[in-house]
Ligand binder design. Sequence first.
Ligand code: CDP
Length: 215
Amino acid sequence: PIPVIAIDGPTASGKGTVAHRVADKLGFHYLDSGALYRLTALSALRRGTSLTDEHALAKLAEHLPCSFSGGAIILAHENVTDAIRAEEVGNTASRIAALPAVRQALYGLQLGFRKTPGLVADGRDMGTVIFPHAPLKVFLTASVAARAERRYKQLIEKGISANMEDLLMDLQARDDRDTHRAIAPLVPAEGAHVLDTSQITADQAVEQVLKWYAA
Ligand code: CDP
């Protein structure tokens, strides 16, 4: 079977960076599942779809005209790589991600990323729902303070002004929604290795994941 490394964790735990580098090192494909929720959110915001219309949102998710090419994320011929990273899109993504029909609509699309020679899948439910038989499952965490600081630095680097207190509140609200939702809540999968990245660099986290994979 084609190997999958499932990397799950809360927002700003470093999972995107770590998953990407692990995929590069192994020459594996990379699935940024959060981007699919963000693309659905962006489409909904642009079309003015009601965020409580589960059926309409699921339809949007099921027919997302998106593609991933060389690090760029394309939606209906438009490069939306930066647009989907906006805070409003992230918050909307986390709201619609609580809707079962939306998650169901994105299920098959995610399975399709599993191709030879292998896949590193990054998200919230990669090890619990999408790839429960993955030979390696990792749950990345970090303290709320460490994650807020990372997010702060990312925003400042992009030239976006940020306020630490607002960031902390946003992080906690998102954590709360992601861990307490009824469907696919954010929890470590059975058999997952838990790695706290508060005190280690992304490279050290990558090394640890590669060690687990080789073991
Ligand atoms: O960048 P960040 O970690 O904040 O978020 P993301 O990975 O891009 O995902 C955005 C939102 O989509 C999350 O807050 C989750 O609510 C949702 N999501 C999910 O429910 N399941 C996934 N596999 C990935 C993301």
